[in-house]
Design a protein around this ligand. Structure first.
Ligand SMILES: Cc1cc2nc3c(=O)[nH]c(=O)nc-3n(C[C@H](O)[C@H](O)[C@H](O)COP(=O)(O)O)c2cc1C
Length: 329
């Protein structure tokens, strides 16, 4: 399948693995890229820009296919050294960057000058248009269903994607709630040129996380995520667990008086304990409603091949029947 996204990024299938904290290591990105998608290393998981440079080099040893780097702009009192991160990306010969969080205007000129394609992930039509205006090449449109930060507008992809299609001139991929061939065909039908997946890629053989994390996703239903940190305007969709339920009680009790310090125990620095050690009640970790559609732990290649086969069958058999006027079984 060829789309504006496969052509822009030089990949075989229009499937991207979104940046994921403590998941997006070289092993993850290389496995997705080797399977014909676009794998993405998460810059901020690396302690220093030098570590990021090493992770990029490691990924290059593991695949000769294109892969990207995610640069997330977080609200922070002590911001990461973004110029040094950008330098590591450019020197590492990376050709695609996924930006997220604040708009990437501060780094865009450097990335563009180096010939890097930039796909900005955002949760609204207005932010997508802003990304287009400042010169991003593509957008990842992240609906309310998504794991991680869905923004504050709460617009699900069934509305957000066609709205994006109506407004944008640059290509976009769907993000949030995507899992299988049905997701891909639906995304294409709504105007996207491919799809971005986070949670689905964690439940794969190659994902470099503890088996408990994969099992938790397979065991979860679409009812098992919670939204936290809304009152801080930093809403995050996470999988429920003891720490998350404790956090929600604090939010209810403190209301608008809640400060970050009140919930630091449940959210600050918990990712290594969850992702590496498999301590599933250590704190809040991002997970999408799409967990309800995830029932196995395939390799990335098995997953992507299955998605493409299913998409092809839906387009050429199921949908073709409708347009021929026959009633499918
Ligand atoms: C565990 C986890 C960590 C994530 N970390 C980041 C991150 O650091 N930066 C970012 O831009 N997006 C992050 N995301 C969001 C994903 O890149 C992607 O947009 C999202 O997972 C899509 O929704 P889905 O989980 O329904 O597929 C994370 C998602 C998960 C599940």
């Amino acid at each position: 399948m060829k789309t504006a996204i496969t052509e822009m990024f030089g990949i075989e299938h229009p499937i991207i693995q979104g940046g994921m904290h403590f998941v997006g290591f070289a092993e993850m990105a290389a496995a997705v890229s080797n399977a014909g998608g676009l794998g993405i290393i998460t810059a901020l998981t690396q302690r220093t820009p030098a570590d990021l440079a090493n992770e990029i080099a490691k990924c290059r040893d593991m695949t000769d296919k294109p892969f990207g780097v995610n640069i997330t702009f977080l609200p922070s009192l002590t911001p990461p050294d973004y110029p040094a991160i950008v330098e590591a990306v450019i020197k590492g010969g990376v050709k695609v960057v996924e930006t997220a969080g604040r708009n990437p205007a501060q780094v865009l000129p450097h990335l563009k000058d180096a010939g890097i394609k930039v796909i900005h992930k955002c949760t609204s039509v207005r932010h997508s248009l802003k990304a287009q205006d400042i010169g991003c090449d593509a957008v990842s449109v992240d609906g309310f269903e998504c794991g991680g930060h869905p923004g504050e507008d709460d617009v699900p992809n069934m509305i957000l994607l066609p709205r994006a299609a109506d407004e944008l001139d640059i290509p976009f991929v769907s993000s949030g709630g995507q899992a299988d061939g049905r997701s891909l065909v639906a995304s294409l039908a709504m105007g996207a040129q491919g799809m971005n997946m986070g949670t689905r890629f964690i439940a794969t053989k190659e994902a470099p996380v503890h088996q408990n994390v994969k099992d938790a996703i397979v065991g979860a239903s679409e009812l098992d995520t919670r939204l936290v940190m809304r009152s801080l305007r930093n809403t995050e969709r996470v999988l429920t667990n003891e720490a998350v339920e404790r956090l929600i009680i604090k939010e209810k009790t403190l209301g608008d008086k809640l400060e970050f310090a009140d919930i630091a125990e449940e959210v600050a620095g918990v990712y290594p304990r969850i992702m590496m050690e498999g301590d599933m009640d250590a704190g809040a970790w991002s997970c999408g409603m799409v967990a309800g559609l995830i029932n196995d732990i395939p390799t990335c290649k098995e997953l992507i091949d299955r998605i493409m086969k299913e998409a092809d069958e839906i387009i050429n058999q199921r949908l073709a029947q409708f347009s021929r006027g026959t009633v499918p079984a």
